[in-house]
Write a new protein. Structure first.
Length: 100
């Protein structure tokens, strides 16, 4: 009888240990899933951060290009204004020559 009782105690202890191990495995699985979700969020954030950095560099290059274009256009406008002033001066000179 004692041997049977000892066998039952050992079986019960084994069942408890198996149950505890099962709970720990479930918890480990939950934590692994949670860790995977966090890893996905971190990767997504890092991708967004890299895109923002690239976009910022692209924007800086675009701004520099636009400033260059603006400077070139401003120079061209000034050249055209000078040419206009010269043409107006020529017109005034021709008017004087024609006696107007």
């Amino acid at each position: 009888l004692r041997e049977d009782i000892n066998i039952l105690y050992h079986a019960r202890d084994n069942d408890k240990n198996l149950l505890e191990e099962s709970h720990l495995l479930c918890k480990a699985t939950e934590l692994t899933a949670e860790n995977n979700q966090v890893s996905i969020h971190v990767a997504t954030f890092e991708e967004a951060l890299e895109e923002a950095k690239n976009s910022s560099s692209d924007n800086e290059a675009l701004v520099a290009s636009l400033k260059t274009d603006r400077d070139e256009l401003s120079k061209k406008v000034n050249e055209l204004l000078t040419e206009r002033d010269e043409l107006l001066a020529n017109v005034d000179s021709l008017k004087k020559d024609l006696g107007e």
